[in-house]
Design a protein around this ligand. Sequence first.
Ligand SMILES: C[S@@+](CC[C@H](N)C(=O)[O-])C[C@H]1O[C@@H](n2cnc3c(N)ncnc32)[C@H](O)[C@@H]1O
Length: 249
Amino acid sequence: MPAPHSRSFRDGKTLEGEIAAAMHHVRALGVTYPDHYYESLVLKYEKDSVPYPHILTILGEPRIRSHFYYGEALQRPGPLLDYGCGTGDNIRQILRDGFPRDRITGFDLSWESIDLGFDLYRDRDALRDLFVVNDTFPFRKEQFDTVYSGSVIHVIADDAELDEYLANAYRALRPGGILFGSTLGIEDGNACGPDEHGPPRVSPRSDIIRHITAAGFAEPAIVAKPHEAHRLGDKKCVFEFCATRHKNP
Ligand SMILES: C[S@@+](CC[C@H](N)C(=O)[O-])C[C@H]1O[C@@H](n2cnc3c(N)ncnc32)[C@H](O)[C@@H]1O
């Protein structure tokens, strides 16, 4: 369950405005809505609240599609896990880009964001079987060839929990498998901690390398990109990473 700060809108954004913007993006992808659908969604999420409101802002434009490894990931063999899949926006993107449906699984700790995605894309019946929810990691060893981790590391405050998350990804990958993803961070040398409204972990590059290699992966390739909500004087960035699970000797 996200901490309360992970449910608050910031920078003048509102639930009404973000749902309207998300529906606009999703309409552009060909989804249609019945009359009064917007009002019913606002009512529903006023009551339930939205976890991680920023995912509404980027809905329909998921980070995976501009990831430096994305083109290669689409060509990989075998099953792919979206670990901490949220709304499932990345899964819809890889489906649109032709990755075989029967090789995709989305996993999250709760249905909250997955349901928000179903409500916005109106595809619950079509995609429900791709998602798995559990409060512990349910997959067996060496089940996947590729694991995607989009904006999950920065929401895990606790170091031991993050190490467990990455160790799960490592174990679930076959030797030679790839972990790729992104996390909010800050270039080394810029002093910055988490702010009151932001995610709990704002990692310097060196911390990302330390946690990923501690899980057993080879040192990751890391690329820093600007964050969508970048403000003047704000040194935060999005770090994209890609690391390989060593082949067995
Ligand atoms: C900010 S959202 C990002 C969702 C999605 N990956 C995206 O790119 O839009 C973070 C997601 O990570 C999930 N999450 C956090 N800790 C997790 C864990 N230990 N295992 C699996 N999912 C986790 C949260 O429930 C939430 O859905």
